[in-house]
Ligand binder design. Structure first.
Ligand SMILES: Nc1ncnc2c1ncn2[C@@H]1O[C@H](COP(=O)(O)OP(=O)(O)O)[C@@H](O)[C@H]1O
Ligand SMILES: [Mg+2]
Length: 350
């Protein structure tokens, strides 16, 4: 019953927005199988949250009806692909289907693909209104081989009168300089916790999900500014347990429980090494990797209600340990050393 009304909702939304690419997929397929990241992917600029300046810049291209070659750089799950699809939808309208080629990391994107698929599409005749260009979207362009990028640069030059490229990547430095200089670079930052919470709450309302507030806090905590992760974790928790509370979320995400880490830090603050050690060794025995543990300690510490000087000293020590672990010293003794230092930090100051 519930999901029936949801189906019609979605179909309505899709037709209203004239979404050309996913409308028939989401409209006819079994709705319950659609990942929420697709189901709730924004179709217009207004729906995209965060990175206002960047989206505003891109919206200008939509208004003028012309876009340069683009590099969209930023961390995963913040809306790079979504934004470029929105832009393409506005620019190409009814021609979206034949005018856009999207290649993501699951497609092989070696030099052959650039020589064949991309070139063929660039050469293809598509009748577009005057002044419009075909758009080739390359996701995760920074993972393309250098050879493929060199070939791409040539293709970009040759077909510049008919085709525009939009390259999404995590790190724009990994795109070869000749391509960088042919593109306008727009940067995306992580989304804020408030923005993630906002979206997660609206999805909860639309899906009729039961939750408690700390459950949503846990989703936001585990997402770390990545909307894709947030929606996936929400869906996984809901499908696995039917109810969103923090322990369910941490079970699904398989992260060290921040509550336990928080307790551990409290004990460190009070100089109680025995108790702190107990928590740490419990986490270790659960099989979490040293990176996970130290990363989690840092994130929890950031949000702890400790006096500021103490927090800063803690974070400094945690950072030192993180560095050692990143260097390859991911041993239990390093973590134990960390809590020993943390325990002494406060004592020394008293
Ligand atoms: N800024 C955002 N506003 C709303 N939803 C978002 C945003 N960023 C990501 N999402 C959600 O996460 C999914 C993946 O986003 P995507 O644009 O593919 O991220 P990226 O390309 O940056 O890795 C989208 O389908 C959407 O559901
Ligand atoms: Mg993407």
């Amino acid at each position: 019953m519930d999901s029936d009304s949801m189906d019609t909702d979605i179909v309505e939304v899709n037709t209203a927005k004239q979404s050309m690419n996913k409308a028939d997929v989401t409209g006819t397929d079994d709705e319950s199988n659609v990942p929420w990241i697709e189901k709730y992917r924004p179709h217009t600029f207004e729906e995209i949250c965060g990175n206002e300046e960047t989206t505003a810049r891109l919206a200008v291209f939509a208004q003028t009806g012309n876009m340069p070659n683009l590099i969209l750089a930023g961390p995963p799950g913040v809306g790079k692909t979504t934004t470029i699809l929105c832009l393409a939808r506005i620019l190409l309208g009814d021609n979206f289907r034949e005018g856009v080629l999207e290649l993501n990391a699951s497609n092989d994107r070696g030099i052959d693909v650039v020589r064949n698929k991309i070139k063929l599409f660039a050469q293809k005749k598509v009748s577009l209104p005057a002044g419009k260009h075909k758009i080739i979207i390359l996701d995760e362009a920074d993972s393309m081989t250098e050879g493929a990028q060199q070939a791409l640069r040539r293709t970009m030059e040759l077909y510049s009168s008919t085709t525009r490229f939009a390259l999404a990547c995590n790190n724009s430095e990994k795109v070869i300089p000749p391509i960088q200089s042919r593109c306008a670079v727009v940067r995306f930052g992580k989304l804020s916790d408030a923005q993630i919470l906002d979206k997660v709450m609206s999805v909860c309302a639309l899906e009729g999900i039961e939750y408690v507030n700390e459950g949503l806090e846990a989703i936001v905590f585990t997402a770390q500014g990545d909307m894709r992760q947030a929606l996936n974790n929400l869906q996984a928790t809901f499908h696995g347990f039917g109810f969103v509370n923090s322990s369910n979320v941490f079970k699904v995400c398989d992260e060290p429980s921040p509550l336990m880490v928080q307790e551990m830090l409290e004990f460190c603050k009070d100089g109680k090494i025995e108790e702190a050690y107990q928590r740490l060794s419990y986490l270790w025995k659960m099989g979490y990797s040293p990176e996970d543990i130290v990363g989690n300690i840092f994130r929890v510490c950031k949000t702890c209600k400790f006096p500021e000087y103490l927090k800063l000293m803690f974070i400094k020590e945690i950072g030192m340990t993180h560095m050692k672990i990143a260097d390859g010293l991911g041993t239990f003794i390093q973590l134990t050393g960390l809590i020993a230092t943390l325990c002494s930090v406060n004592r020394g100051d008293e």
